[in-house]
Each structure stands twice: as C-alpha cells, then as structure tokens.
Design a protein around this ligand. Structure first.
Ligand code: ADP
Ligand code: MG
Length: 230
C-alpha cells in the first residue's frame, strides 16, 4: 500500500476573538493518497475551509492558532519544518483553488501574465512560461488561448474564471490539488463542466484531488472516498 501524500492528524484550530476563543476545528484527521479523489463533506461552518487553510499555511496567527495536531506531506510535518521548506511545498507541491476566483486573480494584470508569473517566480524562463500558459489555457478549455491571455479577469464569465484559477493552480504541476467549494458559486450546467474538468485533469496528471463541498451530488459524481465533518 502506498503512503498517504497528505496526512492530517488530530488537527485543532482556535481563533482568539474579542468575544473569546472560537474552536473552529476540533481533532480532525484525514489523509489522501496519490491518484485519489477525496471529498470533505460538511455543513456550513463545520471547519472545512479552516482545516484546508491550515494545510496551506493560510491561517492568520494571531488570531488563529493551531492548538493540536500534525500535517504530514510525504511523511514530513509541515507544522514543524522551516519556513523556506514549507513555502516550497505550499507554493508548489500542494495547490488550492477557491469558491471565488475573482478574489484570487489580480484585477489589474492580464490573466496570461498572472499564470506565467507563477512559473517565473519558481525559476521557469519567461518564454517557456508563456508557452506553457497557452497550453494550460487550452487544457482547461479557454477558447482562443492567445487572445484570452491578453485579457483581464473581469472580461471572463464566472465559469471561465474558475478555469483560469485551475490553470494557475496546475502551472507548477502540484501533486495535491485542494478545491474548496469550486463550483458552489456557479450555475448548474457550469458546475457540471468544471467538475468534469477537474476529474479529467486529476486522471490525466495522477494528482491527488481533495474536494471540499456541501453538495452530495458532487460527492457522488467524482469522489473515491468521503470524509464528513460535523
Ligand atoms: N478568522 C476567523 N475568526 C473567527 N472565527 C472564524 C474565522 N474563520 C473561521 N471562523 C469560524 O470557524 C468555523 C469554521 O469555519 P469554516 O472552516 O470557514 O467553515 P466551512 O466548513 O463552512 O468551510 C466557523 O464557525 C467560523 O465562523
Ligand atoms: Mg468553507
């Protein structure tokens, strides 16, 4: 049996607020292996996003605090390793997409440049990054990639913006993709298209896909295994 790529054990997160501590996540454990599609299902407020944010190092501390637990990536504890090593893993090996692409795409830069920049920061040459961006745009189903690369985020529909964020997340070829309610804000037809795209990309790349949702339909459609959070 293969080892899990990502292994969250006994994770607890508390926010220290003006009205006292809020325990957002309490003793949560889950793991995901290479090639697996895991769904985290749970009602709103059950701690799905906060636990994923803990994996990505996106919790503001303070007010947030990880009070218990470990998060292992390929057997290494993300919570105790050095900043540089962690940033390499969270920037490159584990990627995340969100419900609202507009808050994660910069409105003042052309989308092609934004995707290129992800790769350039990690050492790819500008020319190579540009070519790869066009390939990625085609792969996620953006028509006329060359023209699309020259546009700004507001010039795309909601479903297309979600495709752009997926392209950006895939640019560094992560081996885990965390998708936090990636289809919740979209209409039903577009939801189905985005799910089909994620499933296809997962199969093609062999990456692990963690999909966070409150939608049982999504789970039935693509998950190999389900974790329910209360
Ligand atoms: N920055 C924060 N400060 C205080 N409480 C927070 C903060 N972020 C999240 N929470 C609380 O943590 C709990 C879990 O939130 P979240 O993980 O976003 O739920 P969901 O399962 O809907 O994604 C909720 O009760 C939420 O109000
Ligand atoms: Mg959430």
């Amino acid at each position: 049996m293969s080892e899990p790529l990502l292994d969250v054990r006994n994770l607890s997160v508390t926010f220290h607020t003006a009205r006292g501590p809020v325990q957002a996540v309490k003793n949560v454990s889950w793991s995901i292996k290479k090639g697996e599609v895991l769904a985290i299902l749970g009602e709103s407020g059950s701690g799905k996003s906060v636990s994923a944010s803990a994996v990505m190092d996106l919790i503001d501390c303070p007010p947030g605090e990880i009070t218990t637990g470990e998060i292992f990536y390929r057997g290494k504890n993300l919570l105790t390793m050095g900043r540089t090593e962690r940033r390499h893993i969270n920037g490159k090996k584990i990627a995340m997409i969100f419900q609202d692409p507009l808050s994660h795409l910069n409105p003042v830069y052309k989308v092609g440049w934004q995707i290129e920049e992800t790769m350039v920061i990690h050492g790819t040459s500008r020319a190579e990054a540009r070519a790869e961006t066009l390939r990625l745009l085609a792969k996620v189903g953006i028509p006329e990639p060359k023209a699309a690369a020259q546009k700004y985020p507001h010039q795309f529909s909601g479903g297309q913006r979600q495709r752009l964020m997926i392209a950006m997340a895939l640019a560094l070829r992560p081996d885990v993709l965390i998708a936090d309610e990636p289809t919740t804000a979209l209409d039903v037809t577009v939801q189905a298209q985005i799910l089909a795209l994620l499933e296809e990309l997962q199969r093609e790349t062999g990456m692990a896909l963690l999909i966070i949702t409150h939608d049982l339909g999504v789970v039935a459609e693509i998950a190999h295994r389900v974790v329910v959070m209360n």
